[in-house]
Write a protein that binds this ligand. Sequence first.
Ligand code: AMO
Length: 439
Amino acid sequence: MTARTLVKQLAAQPDGPVSVSGWVETVRDQKKVQFVILRDETGAVQLVHPRTDVEEPGSDPLATAISALTAGTFLTVAGELKHDERVKLGGLEIKIGELDVAATALDLPIADDSSIDKRLDWRFLDLRRPEQNLVFRVQTTFLHALRTWWVEHDFIEIHTPKLMASASESRAELFEVEYFETKAYLAQSPQFFKQMAQPAGFGKVFEVAPAFRADPSFTSRHATEFISVDAEMSWVDSHEDVMAMHEQLLVAGLTAVKEKHGAEIEAAFGVEVTVPATPFPRIPLAEAHSILESRGYTVPRADGDLDPEGERRLAEYVKEQYGHEFVFVTDYATGIRPFYHMRHEGDPTLTNSYDLLMGGVEISTGAQREHRIDVLVAQAREKGLDPEELGFYLDFFRYGVPPHGGFGMGLSRVIMLLLHQSSIREVTYLFRGPNRLTP
Ligand code: AMO
């Protein structure tokens, strides 16, 4: 057979013999002519076969084979490519010469309008939808641009262990696993070990890897396993340096997505990708509360953290005021931040930290870290943590360490918001939630 041509390459091919491989999307079995829509990972093309068995049914083996094709069947078709403006689908079609079925599909159990749960049960079939294919190409481009930016700026890629002897964020939301004679915990964040790269003298590091949270919530933005995009760097003067890095990184990622997929995203999702202007707006948390109050909304959370509705309303304000999709909410109160966040010089009630909101949803947390061992131990104690248990982590700060800071960002949240999807379930390859462990 002729070498395989991808569907997206057909337009540039001259009329003549070609071979395409993919799966059957639909078969239109008409009296005189048969049409098959074949899709591969790059697009769809119309295949055609003028039947020769009109007079004598059953006398055209190719027609019989086409009639038997079921939607979803994977096959290779060799035939004659013909450019023809009248063909709605891409202005070309392939006259089937030879057809070679690789694997036949049973009746497909889902359709485009099936419920999200049903689609996730059959995720491998759901992923055949071209929009889903686009989601993961967009994610690939986004991450590639982030990596490129980091590499160009001398960041080192690290892979921290996901099996840990202690909690990395909090005792809540911790998955415990049997570990030989003892217990281990699944990493909630690479936090401790990305910080370890600082006394290790690495300077700047990044990691893109799974993180695990035993979070029982069923919201559109929570998973029990998610991909955390992390960076950490030495010699920051405050969280401002981390934010400056973070926004440049996002601009690099979104620019690449817009250039490569802007038109496809517009066509598939009706979304225009915009590259945000820098600097992104920055609003201290206390000011965010006043803004919300002045607009008639009191954040209901006793701890003062923004609730999803507060985030949404703040984003509305930022959009009106600055025409911006992003906002850094800064200077969180000490009470709602982990022990390792550095506090304000002269005001220990506030931390050198931020949350980044995109389209009104938190996508990231970042901070300058406390690197002075005595202060760090005191802050751990104050949060009810046992310095003994944190021994290995605290050692990082006992043998010389530069001031440092970084952020963690949920990948699926960014992709969900970028493509205006309703839930991270839609943009996660295989979602993991409290009641979903398969497939
Ligand atoms: P935080 O706990 O805020 O910070 O997490 C950082 C980002 O990770 C994403 N995220 C989640 N995504 C999906 N499902 C979840 N259950 C989930 N939990 C968190 C969010 C969130 O903003 N170590 C710090 C980061 C740092 O300071 O460097 C941390 O983990 O997008």
